[in-house]
Design a protein around this ligand. Structure first.
Ligand code: ZN
Length: 328
């Protein structure tokens, strides 16, 4: 193959003819580099356009993943809304029922949702396509967490209040110390004629007549403070028992024939502590029962509210109010 020699011709207007022009090395190089630069530039443009118009398999996979994440976050958002509704119901009941029962002010909504605004807490979530969704979801989660914390704390309070109230109620001397069908109220609280000392004096308890040996029960939960015979402090009471119920309440059981408990023993309401007798300054088998509130002896009939019907209660009050001779 013969080598084709390339010539460059230029039109000369003066001679009205084409003249052969000699091309130097420098011009040749210039020509080549211009072509190369143009080709390169064209390549880059095609590549950039291609990248924007067509996706690579990896990009397509990532796009699919992003769509999946978005759907998942949207779903979590919905579930959080549902949880928030359930919590709102619980908060409502907490304020209107639970805390009200124990006479405690409800926690205000502004407190439950406090401390979450004012600071840009989710800076790191900014600048992305789904930043808004992420920020909304995260801040919803923050509020939910805060509200859950307050609700859990409030339920702890209510639980402890219910517990202490329960203990308090269980400690209250609220029953008759002898089964109501096995005793009779013979004398009540107030001035009564003493059968042995033979003069009118303050009767600081109630006398329940019953057969000797009839069981005597603790009227509320407590601790036995005194249990003995002829205790110096309780002269004339014979075999005596004192139960300390806490909250400033005590009960006293006197003239017993026997004791079933010891000093320091914990007793429950309705637990047998001894039996009816006639020890000490007593006329006939009976139980002399006292209720002491804040160091002061009070009328025990006001505490017989747990096991008496309104009619029975009225009967007891009437019998106890009769100013007669007590059995001591
Ligand atoms: Zn008495």
């Amino acid at each position: 193959m013969s080598k084709l020699k390339k010539h460059v011709y230029r039109y000369n207007p003066h001679t009205l003819s084409y003249e052969k022009v000699k091309v130097g090395l420098k011009d040749k190089l210039k020509h080549i580099s211009f072509g190369a630069a143009f080709g390169f530039l064209l390549g880059v443009v095609v590549l950039i356009v291609g990248m924007h118009v067509f996706e690579s398999p990896r990009e397509r996979k990532m796009q699919r993943e992003i769509q999946q994440y978005k759907r998942q976050i949207g779903y979590l958002n919905k579930r959080m809304n549902q949880a928030s509704e359930v919590l709102a119901d619980l908060e409502q009941r907490d304020g209107a029922v639970y805390r009200t029962i124990f006479d405690v002010a409800p926690i205000h909504d502004s407190v439950r949702r406090s401390g979450l605004k004012g600071v840009d807490r989710h800076k790191e979530l900014g600048g992305y396509e789904c930043s808004d969704l992420l920020e909304r979801t995260t801040s919803k989660m923050d509020t939910l967490t805060k509200r859950l914390y307050y609700q859990s704390k409030s339920l702890d309070d209510v639980y402890s209040m219910a517990r202490s109230k329960h203990e308090r109620l269980a400690s209250l001397p609220a029953i008759m110390p002898i089964a109501k069908n096995r005793c009779k109220v013979v004398s009540g609280f107030g001035y009564r004629y003493h059968p042995i000392l033979h003069y009118r004096r303050m009767h600081t308890g109630i006398d329940l007549a019953a057969r000797s040996g009839t069981p005597i029960y603790a009227t509320g939960d407590g601790v036995v403070k005194v249990a003995g015979k002829n205790v110096a402090e309780f002269s004339g009471y014979g075999v005596v028992c004192v139960v300390d119920h806490g909250y400033g309440m005590q009960t006293l059981y006197a003239h017993m024939s026997s004791l079933k408990v010891k000093n320091g023993q914990h007793v429950k309401r309705g637990e047998m502590i001894g039996t009816v007798g006639s020890t000490g300054l007593s006329q006939g088998a009976h139980l002399h029962y006292e209720v002491i509130q804040g160091g002061k002896k009070v009328n025990p009939v006001y505490y017989f509210f747990n096991d008496l019907s309104p009619e029975e209660y009225e009967e007891v009050i009437e019998a106890a109010n009769q100013e007669n001779q007590c059995l001591s």
